[in-house]
Write a protein that binds this ligand. Structure first.
Ligand code: ADP
Length: 495
């Protein structure tokens, strides 16, 4: 049996479908009125209108042109007329039409996109289906993004930094126009990665490679290097960036800023040169004062004048403190100018610790220093520099713990490293400070430590020395209970 097929939808069903469609309005092509014949629920919702109030009325009576120019090609009158006359569909991807808000009794700014589809009866357009989409949220988001981009651009122009976005998957790079200027070229000059890399000072190229490899581990891309401009002048730039992980933890992009720091670097270099020069000049008279004190001490070895003995010993102590300070400054300037060489040799670290402890106990008798040496522990390292690290740990332990308290030094070895730790029962260090202690000039800002003299360079130097030995340095501490500073060195390679 052949089933009777129905090809046309009953009017009622069509009405339900239409009224449930999103943002649809059917107008009659009876120019100049364009009478509203039907509106979907979605349309009523987004235009804040009521069906009974708009059906049978002219579109322009319900939605007056307002302040829009009727000659505007995007105006509804222009569009409807065009669709009615040509029988062609007209899309308006973006226009503004403010909607009256009965609650606030003001007009809300709204942005729309619409499609106007003709429906013909015979060879004449009878109806126009006007389908609208409210795109206010997208437009606002786009405007906010543009504003933030503008703000960033203005900030970059004002402060002189350039930005870059480097896609590592397809090697695409976006650089702001200022980048070329920072490299000595006119703004917007197209420079390839190789051009930029070739401008880096030969001694600093390794820094860039290391920073790139480091970014994969830490997510932070950060370094300062010298670059040689096309006019052969030398400039410093500072790169600060972030690695954005891609899928499967692959590094996908590096985003960051570039800043010319030539001026501040020159200031820093001048300051370092001054410290180096002043320390060097102070070293000679200090050595001579120390020698005179030693000669005096020898000459007065049989004296029973307790004031003289005490004064000489105190003078010697102060001279030693100043000598240590000056050596610290000299080392700092050597380190900053890349001239702190490591001269490794094979030696017994337990013997070095014993010698340092003896020196300390002879110089100041303020603490009980415990060291249980367990035989010979050979390491392959720079003996003087490792001695400096142990001295710094010990000196800090005496500075930041009460007189008479115990300081414990321990050394131990595992299959892969040899470690040394110095534990005191002193003021201890807050967790937030522990992370920064090894930075240059960092000192804990607390009532308990600020009265103790120091410049915050000892731990920085210690950390640089240990890093140059491929070792590790760290601290464990509880505020008010004490601290343990430790370092470890790789086990000595066979000689
Ligand atoms: P300095 O002691 O000369 O200021 P350091 O670099 O050796 O410089 O130490 C940096 C800071 O770390 C000190 O100022 C102090 O605040 C803190 N510190 C170092 N060792 C200890 C310790 N054993 N106990 C408590 N605080 C310490």
């Amino acid at each position: 049996m052949i089933r009777e097929q129905q090809h046309t939808l009953p009017d009622e069903i069509f009405k339900v479908i239409f009224e449930n469609s999103p943002g649809s309005l059917l107008v009659k092509a009876d120019a100049p009125w364009f009478t509203i014949m039907a509106a979907s629920d979605g349309y009523l919702k987004i235009t804040s209108s009521v069906r009974e109030n708009i059906l049978g009325r002219s579109f322009f009576e319900v939605f007056p042109d307002g302040n829009s120019n009727p000659d505007d090609v995007a105006s509804a009158r222009h569009v409807f007329t065009k669709v009615a006359e040509t029988g062609l569909k007209v899309d308006i991807p973006y226009y503004k039409y403010n909607v009256y808000n009965a609650n606030t009794q003001t007009y809300d700014v709204r942005f729309w996109s619409c499609s106007n589809i003709p429906f013909s009866c015979g060879n004449k357009v009878a109806y126009i289906l006007n389908v609208v989409v409210d795109i206010t949220a997208e437009v606002n988001a786009r405007q906010a993004a543009m504003e933030s981009e503008n703000r960033l651009r203005l900030a970059a122009e004002a402060t002189g930094f350039a930005t870059f976005d480097w896609d590592l998957n397809d090697e695409k790079r976006y650089c702001s126009p200022q980048l070329a200027e920072l490299l000595g070229y006119p703004a917007d000059t197209a420079l390839t990665s190789t051009d930029v890399f070739n401008m880096i000072h030969p001694d600093d190229k390794a820094t860039v490679v290391n920073a790139f490899n480091e970014a994969f581990k830490t997510g932070i891309y950060c370094y300062d290097v010298r670059i040689i401009w096309p006019d052969s002048s030398l400039h410093w730039i500072s790169i600060r960036g972030k690695q954005i992980p891609g899928e499967g933890k692959n590094c996908a992009r590096i985003l960051g800023t570039v800043l010319d720091i030539t001026e501040s670097k020159s200031d820093e270099i001048r300051k370092n040169d001054f410290i180096a020069m002043a320390s060097h000049e102070l070293k000679t008279p200090l050595t001579s004062i120390k020698s005179y004190i030693q000669i005096l001490a020898k000459k007065l070895v049989n004296t029973d004048d307790s004031f003289v003995i005490n004064a000489l010993s105190k003078a010697n102590l102060q001279i030693n403190k100043m000598t240590d300070l000056i050596h610290g400054f000299l080392d700092l300037s050597r380190l900053e100018s890349g001239k702190l060489p490591v001269k490794p040799e094979q030696f017994d670290i337990n013997e070095l610790i014993s010698d340092t402890v003896t020196e300390f106990t002879q110089a100041l008798n303020s603490h009980i220093i415990n060291f249980d040496s367990h035989g010979v522990l050979n390491v392959y390292a720079d003996r003087d520099k490792i001695g400096q690290v142990i001295s710094n740990f010990l000196s800090n332990a005496t500075k930041y713990s009460p007189r008479g308290s115990t300081i414990t030094i321990m050394s131990k070895t595992t299959d892969c490293d040899i470690s040394v730790s110095v534990t005191d029962l002193g003021v201890g260090i807050k967790l937030k400070d522990q992370k920064k202690l090894f930075q240059r000039f960092y000192r804990v800002d607390s009532d308990k430590t600020m009265t103790v003299s120091g410049f915050g360079i000892g731990l920085y130097l210690s950390s640089e020395i240990i890093q140059r030995h491929n070792g590790k340095i760290g601290v464990e501490s509880t505020e008010g209970e004490g601290s343990t500073f430790y370092f470890s060195l790789p086990v000595s390679p066979p000689l």
